[in-house]
Design a protein around this ligand. Structure first.
Ligand SMILES: [Zn+2]
Length: 174
């Protein structure tokens, strides 16, 4: 069991056979393939992954979520927009290309090439797959056009109010 601090390496087969949970936090900066998101490097990445054997077919699997928040470019206004990225992980552990072919469709394969696999590689791969194709603001920030406001002329004409002139005339007739 791991909690809080994530391990750098995991042993997928062992974890799946034992029924292991990997949960905790890392940061975007720990995932090299997300290096392009330069404004998001200090963002936390939440990880909750369960390793187990599928109750039906005995397949070794890993499932759970990996999520973070990445600053992307809005495709409508080209301003930065913060996007929540959540990867829903559902992978079957495989050890060869042949196993990938034989895999039931509901699984995506995770090709395990070593007893110990770097966790960061799995996390960044899943997050990249979960990126929105097009990032946009729900509502783009709008700026008021400058120099377009009506000027306040109403108070300038007050002295010439014709009723005020009339009133003074009436007064003088008394
Ligand atoms: Zn926008």
């Amino acid at each position: 069991m791991f909690s809080g601090q994530l391990p750098h390496y995991v042993e997928p087969r062992k974890l799946a056979d034992q029924g292991g949970l990997i949960s905790g936090q890392t940061t975007v900066s720990a995932l090299p393939r997300l290096g392009d998101f330069e404004h998001s490097q200090s963002q936390p990445v939440g990880v909750a992954l369960t390793f187990e054997r599928d109750a039906d077919d005995g397949q070794r699997i890993v499932h759970g979520t990996v999520s973070t928040e990445l600053v992307m470019t809005c495709q409508r206004c080209l301003e930065p927009v913060s996007c929540t990225v959540t990867a829903e992980v559902m992978l079957a552990l495989v050890w060869s290309e042949e196993e990938i072919q034989a895999l039931p469709e509901r699984y995506d394969p995770w090709l395990v090439t070593d007893d110990k696999m770097p966790l960061a590689t799995l996390l960044e791969e899943e997050l990249l797959l979960a990126l929105p194709l097009v990032a946009t603001h729900e509502q783009c920030p709008t700026r008021l056009p400058e120099g377009d406001e009506p000027e306040d002329n109403a108070s300038a004409g007050k002295a010439d109010n014709p009723f005020a002139v009339l009133a003074s005339l009436k007064g003088s007739q008394k």
